[in-house]
Design a protein around this ligand. Structure first.
Ligand SMILES: Cc1cc2nc3c(=O)[nH]c(=O)nc-3n(C[C@H](O)[C@H](O)[C@H](O)COP(=O)(O)OP(=O)(O)OC[C@H]3O[C@@H](n4cnc5c(N)ncnc54)[C@H](O)[C@@H]3O)c2cc1C
Length: 602
C-alpha cells in the first residue's frame, strides 16, 4: 500500500523505495533508476521517470462511500457461495484500492508510461527485458499479495474469489487483469493437471502471496491464427530430460512472464489438435541464464497499452512436458475455460464502471437548465446500461459459480462450457456497448484522455477477441448442443426449473420466459439439424440463447428478491425483456421508468 496521503499517489521512485522489490524486472528498474540521479539523466528519462523526480503526484479520484464490494453482486454471490462471506472485508478493501490507486496507475500508464522492450543487452546476449513502469509492476505484485490467484490454493477459497477480484480489477485496469488471469490459468493447469513433481516444484511459485509471485503466460496463437489451434506449427523435440520448442508464438500477453504454458507438436505426432502436447516454458534456466527464446517485439495496440503483449520466437526453448498428445489440447482448453470466465467477469466489471461514470456525469452535468439525469432519453440510456449490467453479472457469475461446482463434480463440465460460451460472448459485447454509450453521454470530454472512459472503451474492445471471438464461442455452443454432450437438454432443464419457481405475482414474466424458451428450443432444433444451417446460424443462436438465459437468470433473481419483499428486480427483469422484445412505442411499462432513480443508485 502506498504510504502517501489518501488522494494522491506517487508515481515512481518513492513507491519503489518503500515497497519490496523482489522480482527481476523490479531489480532492473531499481538499477536504472538509481543510475539516473543527475539532472541531465532526469531530462533524458521517460515521462514516468520525470514525473516522480519532479514530485508530481497522480490524482486519485475520491471513492464513493459504500459498505459492500458491490451492492448488486455481493448479495447474489453470498446467497450461492457462503464461503465468500469470509472474504467480504478483503474484497471491499480490494475494491477501494482498485478504484483509487489502480485506476490512477492505469490512466497514467496508458498516457505516459507504456512498456518497452530490450531484446538484447549491451553485450549482445538475449535479455528479453520488458521494462514496465514501477507503479504497474508494484501493483501487479500487490494483486497477488492480496491473494487474487493464491487464496484458492493456500486457503482452499473458492475460485469464485479470484473471479470476483477480476470483476473488481477490470473496473480500473484490464491491462492488469489480463496477466493475473494468465497466472491463474497456469496455476490452474499445474494444480489440476500436472504431475506431482511439477506441481510441487512450480505451483507454489505462482500462488505465493509474499509479493514474490512468478507470473504466467499462455502461448497458443501463431502467425496463421489463434482460433485454429489444430494448425499449430510449433514443434517439440525431446532433448535429454526435457523438450526443445521451435516456433513463433504471435501473441503472448504478459510477455515477461516467468512461467508460460505453450502448445506444440512433438515430432511425428498426428496433425490437428490430437497431436498437440502442452509444455511449461520457464523464462530462465536453472543456471539463471535466459531460456532459448527471444521476444521479437511488443505489439502496438488499440488498447490495453499498459499490458506488454509480445511476439515470441522459440529457438529451442527448454520446456517440460505437462501432457503429451492427445491430452495437451484438452489441458490448454482447461486454461482457456478459466480465462474465459475471467474474461466474462472482467467484461461485467467494465459494464459496472461504465455505469458509474455515466451516472456521475448525468447527475452533475447540466444542459438547458437541468441535470442530464432528469431527461427521459438519458434515463432510458442509463437504465439500458443498468439492466444489461445485471444480466451480464448474472451470466458471468453463473459461469464462475459453475467453475467451482465442476471441479467438485465433473458431470457439470458441459454446463460450465455452455454457460461460459454464452457469458463470454454477451458480456464482451455489452461491455463495449456500455462504454460506448457512456462515452457518448459524457460527450466531447469523454472522447479525451482527461476522462477515463476513452481508455476503458478502447480497452474493452479486446474482450470480444481474447479467449476466442464470438464465432468461436458459437462453434463451441454448437458442439455442446449436439446430442453427444446433451447441452440442449441441460439448457431446457435449467430454464424450466426457473419457470416452475416463478410465483403467480410474476405471471407475465413467467409467460414471457416460457414463450422465449419455446422459441429457443425450436431455434436449436432448426440450427443443429444439418451442418450448413449450423454454420449459417450458430452466431445468431449464440446471441439468442445468451439473451434468453440472462433473462431467465434475471427472472430467477427477481423471484428470490420478491419472496423477500423486494420488487426492484422484477422491474429490471421486465425492462430487460422490453429490450429483447421491444414493445410498440408508448407500450413500455411506466412503473419501471418511475423506479429509475432507485434502481440506478446501488
Ligand atoms: C491484446 C491481445 C493479447 C493477446 N494475448 C494472447 C496470449 O497471451 N496468448 C495467445 O495465445 N493469444 C493471445 N491473443 C490472441 C487471441 O487469443 C486471438 O486473437 C484469438 O484467439 C483469435 O485468433 P486470431 O486473432 O488469430 O483470429 P483468427 O483465428 O484468424 O480469426 C479471425 C476471425 O475469423 C473468425 N473465425 C475463425 N474461424 C472461424 C470459423 N470456423 N467459422 C467462423 N468464423 C471463424 C473468428 O471468429 C475471428 O473473428 C491476444 C490477442 C490480443 C488482441
Amino acid at each position: 500500500m502506498s504510504p502517501l496521503s489518501q488522494n494522491t499517489l506517487c508515481c515512481g521512485d518513492c513507491i519503489q523505495s518503500v515497497l519490496p522489490l523482489n522480482n527481476r524486472v523490479n531489480q532492473n528498474l531499481k538499477t536504472v533508476m538509481s543510475q539516473a540521479k543527475t539532472q541531465r539523466d532526469l531530462r533524458e528519462r521517460k515521462p514516468w521517470q520525470q514525473s516522480c523526480a519532479s514530485k508530481c503526484l497522480l490524482p486519485v479520484r475520491p471513492m464513493p462511500k459504500q459498505d459492500t464490494f458491490d451492492a448488486y453482486v455481493e448479495p447474489l454471490l453470498i446467497s450461492r457461495e457462503p464461503r465468500l462471506c469470509a472474504y467480504l472485508a478483503r474484497l471491499n478493501e480490494f475494491r477501494k484500492w482498485v478504484l483509487t490507486e489502480v485506476d490512477a496507475q492505469a490512466n497514467y500508464t496508458d498516457r505516459y508510461a507504456l512498456p518497452a522492450l530490450e531484446t538484447y543487452d549491451r553485450s549482445g546476449s538475449v535479455a528479453n527485458r520488458v521494462v514496465v513502469n514501477p507503479l504497474y509492476d508494484t501493483q501487479h505484485q500487490e494483486i497477488y499479495r492480496r491473494g487474487a490467484v493464491g487464496l484458492p490454493y493456500t486457503e482452499a477459497a473458492p475460485h469464485l474469489l479470484s473471479f470476483t477480484m477480476g470483476f473488481l480489477l477490470s473496473q480500473a485496469d484490464i491491462s492488469l487483469h489480463c496477466p493475473v488471469t494468465l497466472t491463474g490459468a497456469v496455476a490452474y493447469v499445474l494444480g489440476f493437471h500436472a504431475s506431482k513433481d511439477m506441481r510441487e516444484k512450480y505451483l507454489h511459485q505462482l500462488t505465493r502471496t509474499d509479493a514474490c509471485t512468478m507470473t504466467g503466460g499462455t502461448w497458443v496463437t501463431e502467425l496463421h491464427g489463434g482460433s485454429d489451434v489444430g494448425a499449430t506449427t510449433t514443434t517439440a523435440v525431446p532433448q535429454g530430460g526435457h523438450f526443445a520448442l521451435h516456433g513463433l508464438k504471435w501473441f503472448t500477453s504478459n510477455a515477461n512472464s516467468s512461467l508460460a504454458i505453450a502448445t506444440a507438436r512433438p515430432q511425428g505426432a498426428e496433425p490437428g489438435t490430437a497431436g498437440l502436447g502442452l509444455y511449461l516454458v520457464p523464462s530462465h534456466l536453472e543456471d539463471g541464464s535466459s531460456n532459448r527464446y527471444v521476444i521479437r517485439r511488443l505489439k502496438d495496440k488499440l488498447g490495453t497499452k499498459g499490458l506488454p503483449t509480445g511476439e515470441i520466437e522459440l529457438l529451442g526453448a527448454e520446456a517440460l512436458e505437462i501432457a503429451g498428445p492427445p491430452h495437451g489440447f484438452r489441458f490448454m482448453m482447461a486454461a482457456l475455460e478459466y480465462s474465459r470466465v475471467h474474461n466474462a467477469v472482467g467484461a461485467v466489471g467494465v459494464q459496472r464502471r461504465a455505469l458509474r461514470e455515466a451516472m456521475e456525469w448525468a447527475k452533475s452535468r447540466r444542459a438547458f437548465g437541468h441535470r442530464l439525469v432528469e431527461y427521459p432519453m438519458v434515463q432510458d440510456e442509463l437504465l439500458g446500461i443498468r439492466v444489461r449490467f445485471e444480466a451480464g453479472a448474472l451470466l458471468a457469475f453463473e459461469a464462475a459459480l459453475t467453475f467451482d461446482a465442476a471441479i467438485e463434480d465433473t458431470k457439470k463440465g458441459t454446463w460450465l462450457r455452455l454457460v461460459t460460451a454464452l457469458a463470454k460472448y454477451l458480456t464482451a459485447e455489452d461491455a463495449i456497448r456500455a462504454s460506448r454509450a457512456t462515452l457518448e453521454l459524457v460527450g466531447s470530454n469523454g472522447y479525451t484522455s482527461d476522462f477515463p472512459i476513452a481508455r476503458i472503451y478502447r480497452d474493452a474492445q479486446v474482450l470480444t477477441v481474447w479467449e476466442g471471438p464470438a464465432n468461436i464461442q458459437a462453434l463451441e455452443l454448437l458442439r455442446l448442443l449436439a446430442p453427444r454432450y446433451r447441452g440442449a437438454v441441460e439448457y431446457e432443464h435449467r430454464v424450466r426449473r426457473i419457470i416452475d419457481c416463478l410465483p403467480d405475482a410474476m405471471s407475465s414474466l413467467r409467460r414471457a420466459l416460457d414463450s422465449r424458451l419455446q422459441a429457443d428450443l425450436a431455434a436449436i432444433a432448426f440450427v443443429i439439424a444439418d451442418d450448413a444451417r449450423s454454420q449459417r446460424y450458430a452466431r445468431k443462436l449464440l446471441d439468442r440463447l445468451s439473451h434468453s438465459f440472462a433473462f431467465a437468470l434475471m427472472c430467477e433473481t427477481a423471484a428470490h428478491c420478491h419472496s423477500n419483499g423486494d420488487e426492484r428486480r422484477v422491474l429490471t427483469a421486465t425492462r430487460y425483456y422490453e429490450q429483447l422484445d421491444e414493445p410498440k412505442i408508448g407500450a413500455e411499462d411506466e412503473r419501471v421508468r418511475r423506479s429509475a432513480f432507485e434502481l440506478l443508485e446501488d
